[in-house]
Design a binder for this molecule. Sequence first.
Ligand SMILES: Cc1cc2nc3c(=O)[nH]c(=O)nc-3n(C[C@H](O)[C@H](O)[C@H](O)COP(=O)(O)OP(=O)(O)OC[C@H]3O[C@@H](n4cnc5c(N)ncnc54)[C@H](O)[C@@H]3O)c2cc1C
Length: 488
Amino acid sequence: MKTKFDILIVGAGIAGLSQALSLAEKEPTLKIGVISKSKLQETNTRMAQGGIAAVMSTQKDSYINHIEDTIKASQNKANAQVVKYVVEHAHDGIHQLENWGVKFDHFKNKYHLGLEGGHSKARILHVKDQTGAAVHDQLIAELSKHPSITVFEYSEVIELLLSETKEIAGAVLYNYEEKSTRILTAKIIVLATGGMGQVFQYTTNSSIASGDGIALAKNIGAEISNLKSIQFHPTAFKEQDKKQMFLISEAVRGAGAYVINENEERFLFKYDPRAELATRDIVSAAIYQELKNTATKNVYLDCRHFAKEVLENEFPYIYNYCLKAGYDLLQQAIPITPAAHYSCGGIQVDINGKTNVPQLYAIGECANTGLHGNNRLASNSLLEAIVFTKNMTESIVKELPKVTFQTLIKKSLNSLQLEHNSFDKINELRQQLRIQLTAYFIQKTEKEKKSLQELLLKCKNELKQLPTQELDVIHFKWHFDLVEELMV
Ligand SMILES: Cc1cc2nc3c(=O)[nH]c(=O)nc-3n(C[C@H](O)[C@H](O)[C@H](O)COP(=O)(O)OP(=O)(O)OC[C@H]3O[C@@H](n4cnc5c(N)ncnc54)[C@H](O)[C@@H]3O)c2cc1C
């Protein structure tokens, strides 16, 4: 078993895999490790439906339009230089994915472009309504061409290790199949651990999206920024007793679906003239306000006026999922709810993906590049991951010759005697954290804030009593740290 790597990449979604492939292509002799906490396919990347935003032709669209849409969606908080950079390099990212075998949908020899909320032009490249899965499959297939890449599945990084000089030196890995712990050493570590929807009560995110990378990085002194900017997606399918909610892509609203209240009224015009095509934050807030104003329980997404071919050809995955759940989109409007969807902030990085910790990089949803500000424009996140890959590769290849393997600090080795028991008390407290955090995020009142702070204090006291060498306790501590950071 290999334990020594030039570069260790934690995460195997679009960010982690693209980074690994890009590095392996550039320097085939580099030893690269890629770690996936669950099976390789379990990622948020696979769940992406809508697609990837890019200006591929300036005939009907322009960089300026995409830049302006991104900055407007961000509530003017995005970093203008980063936005310009990503938008102007989007076509390079798309061509890179095509070189790896991704085949975006075409119509009459041109890209078939979708429209999504907040975009002033149709510019979403997609593969039907399963873009993420199509991209991820190709990235996984490409891995086999590179013997220099070693993949660890069902393996979770539970600690990042520093040297005496506070540089990155390695990571502690827990393997769920073998129930064992080992240390990997690395010259450079790239965090690509994705989002953190699982710290909320309702989320569209995969079960792996618990913010681990952000908690791990914070633990070794990396700067975390803008974490409070969590995007709620307004159209998660509200199925009874489901925590991880099925997403009805923004592209369905782009294609003309209505959001209606219990009286079958399209109420969004009252909140924003763009109605269904307003950005996610505006639609989510409008839904909560409407439910409050009308004292009703549900709002619905209405596609009954769609032609059957549109649902069958453009949204087959969504249409069939709803059919299986007992809803025919041509006959019934379906109940929807806003759910935690995307983390705009995260580990602060520069334009090369470098953090403030020497030899630690971050990419993808766990990183805060400045592209999204307070609110991400739809389909800009897969784009961000692929565009940042190139810069990061250049930076890592330049940095590597100056870096040597570092001696690990002794204390970290304690984590090796790890236990994996389940603690009812922890499960209960974590669920309370999810519920109260969600209530606070939606309402942002002093009352909600106070009760969350009281709960955090209770958790803090509980943590003092719990054994530190337990996986459940480590996860509880990360959850606690993230909620604290979310309240900053
Ligand atoms: C339902 C849904 C639909 C979406 N639709 C779109 C869309 O149409 N367009 C768009 O641009 N964006 C979309 N997004 C957002 C986009 O999918 C994500 O932002 C993006 O895929 C994140 O990629 P990533 O590589 O950063 O993370 P992920 O794809 O989530 O991968 C994270 C990886 O990190 C690993 N990991 C996590 N913690 C650890 C640990 N402790 N140790 C080891 N490994 C770990 C996981 O196992 C996984 O391999 C959507 C998201 C969701 C949930």
